[in-house]
Design a protein around this ligand. Structure first.
Ligand code: TMP
Length: 235
């Protein structure tokens, strides 16, 4: 399958048309940004790690009943996916307080939450992806009530499957962000990626941060950590 016209370039990936209107090719870059693009850098071979890891997790999720956009990996950085229209929502689930949740609610990072907390951000760079609630989503017609129910059901399932998967690899799933898309026939499927860019993963024994916070917070060993996570999830 060959890349056609480039449809889109995001912060971490490019999306291309193919000769089949129902299929796109996503191509993972090494570019890294944080704080809505204010901080910019490169993480060598991040694109390779994120592509391979995301496909591995998506395959597992598909087996567990969560439909995904994954068709097949084409190369280290390129994957063939189902063409979808992305819902303009970042779907975040938190198991442990960290990041913006800790800051917003004054809860120390690492504090376990009594139950997984789902939150939505409105994907709009010019507004800095603001927090948004169900009523706002429906009022703005960003998704239908049925779509929203489906998204929440899948997101909690993704959490359960990934928590167990990562724990088996010695990684604690603190929180993560996923995105969903709609196929031309109206099916909601998991799209975008699951990677150290989009999950917080802490070593079970040492609580060492093994994710993009190493880049965001200048903690060092960024490339090595991405490689270490890939090695663990492939084991
Ligand atoms: P937060 O605590 O900064 O809101 O991040 C929550 C989760 O979402 C964390 O696992 C990192 C991920 N995330 C993204 O994937 N993209 C983003 O742009 C941001 C801000 C967070």
């Amino acid at each position: 399958m060959e890349k056609g016209k480039q449809l889109y370039e995001g912060k971490a990936k490019k999306v291309y048309e193919t000769n089949d209107p129902n299929l796109y090719i996503v191509s993972y870059k090494d570019d890294a940004t944080a704080f809505n693009g204010e901080k910019k850098g490169t993480i060598a071979d991040k694109g390779v790690v994120n592509n391979i890891m995301s496909n591995l997790v998506f395959a597992l999720l598909a087996e567990s009943g969560v439909p995904t956009h994954l068709v097949r990996q084409l190369s280290d950085r390129d994957t063939l996916v189902k063409a979808v229209t992305i819902l303009p929502l970042e779907v975040i689930i938190r198991n442990t307080a960290a990041g913006s949740f800790s800051k917003r609610y004054g809860v120390e990072e690492g504090t376990p939450l009594a139950r997984p907390a789902l939150e939505f951000s409105y994907k709009k760079d010019e507004l800095g992806d603001p927090l948004i609630n169900d009523d706002h989503i429906l009022a703005l017609e960003l998704a239908t009530e049925d779509d929203l129910a489906r998204v929440k059901q899948y997101a909690h399932k993704v959490n359960e499957v990934m928590k167990a998967f990562f724990l088996d690899k010695g990684l604690k799933l603190i929180d993560f962000k996923i995105e969903f898309g709609k196929t031309p026939d109206g099916e909601i499927i998991l799209a975008d990626e699951v990677s150290p860019d989009t999950c917080r993963l802490w070593d079970v024994k040492t609580n060492e941060k093994m994710d993009k916070d190493r880049f965001r917070r200048d903690l060092g060993n960024v490339e090595e950590t991405y490689q270490a996570v890939l090695k663990r999830v492939r084991a």
